[in-house]
Design a binder for this molecule. Sequence first.
Ligand code: PLP
Length: 394
Amino acid sequence: MAVLPEQVIYMDNNATTRIAPEVLDAMMPYLTRFYGNPSSMYTFGGQVGRAINQAREEVAGLLGAAPGEIVFTSCGTESDSTAILSAIQTNPEKNHLVTTKVEHPAVKNLCDNLEIFTGRKYHVTRLPVASDGTLDLQRFKDSLTDETAIVSVMWANNETGVLFPVEEMARIARERGILFHTDAVQAVGKIPIDLKQTAIDFLSLSGHKLHAPKGVGVLYVRKGTPYIPFLNGGHQEHGRRGGTENVASIVGLGRACALAAEKMAEENTRVRALRDKLEHGLLTAIPKSLRNGHPSQRLPNTANISFEYVEGEAILLHMNQANICASSGSACTSGSLEPSHVLRAMGVPFTAAHGSIRFSLSIYNTEQEVDFVLATLPGIIAKLRALSPFWEDK
Ligand code: PLP
């Protein structure tokens, strides 16, 4: 039977978010009445082009960027690919990339494939993380060489919310003349960002993580950064990304960025307080539970908690029956339960990595919802542990 949205306690906002009502309102005219092609000469199309430019200004405003530095794309993944592939093409004499062991597959798999499909022309340094998910800056410095074409390091980790010091890393890369890209898909809208104050050359974001629709993203390209488009075609986006613009979604993303700028303080106070209440409540009520990730150096909305000696999938199934949506840190691949590469890189023990659950909140969550999860989850874990052969002796 279908589940209605109002029945659901949605705590999976790092996976995707609901479209804000204000965003939908802003989009509707561009899905209905104003359907002209923004590239057309006549006024009916030109006014659509102006709506895109207003969105460009709103996105730039949230990022502390200039509107001309904003390129609209189809998603965070496209933005990541565009930045990295551009950097290696504009630096044909270089053959080295630096990234981390905990990137999203959008960067991780691109780097893996660059090594494999170019017959190892490129080699990639994947920086390790400490047990709290943080990076070692000295190790980063030591990884840079004269051959490094680009550094790509996420601003915030999607599984644990741990923040990386990308501003400092970008400065270090700049001193060595190396381009710096950050996948900020999880950070934008949740923490303040002012690109003017940084040496970041490329930044990726995705609409559906900040209450805009799926299928729209942005690549920030710092003015003057050498750039080669990924999608070649028409002259859209000032020749930086071919393809007729996804107008309504772009307008929605602009509105979402303006809203995020307004609501950042709420995200940082009310959402953080809800997250802390949830996390503290679960860690206190459930024995052998532990937080994955640095206690303070992380996003305000994310809690990743391991419940030892139980399977994440089993927890999620029981949570699903209570209409609670969250994610597990393990993925069922080819019959074997593989714990997430992020938790493995942090050295989370096998018995804990398998039972990890990511709760990711948004401004739409309420205290009653947190109370409901706190009242429900301890019973689910106790029930599953009663069935677990690993738990018997504990
Ligand atoms: N990068 C990070 C850190 C993400 O969390 C995600 C989505 O989960 C992506 C990239 C991919 O974004 P999109 O779904 O827009 O391609």
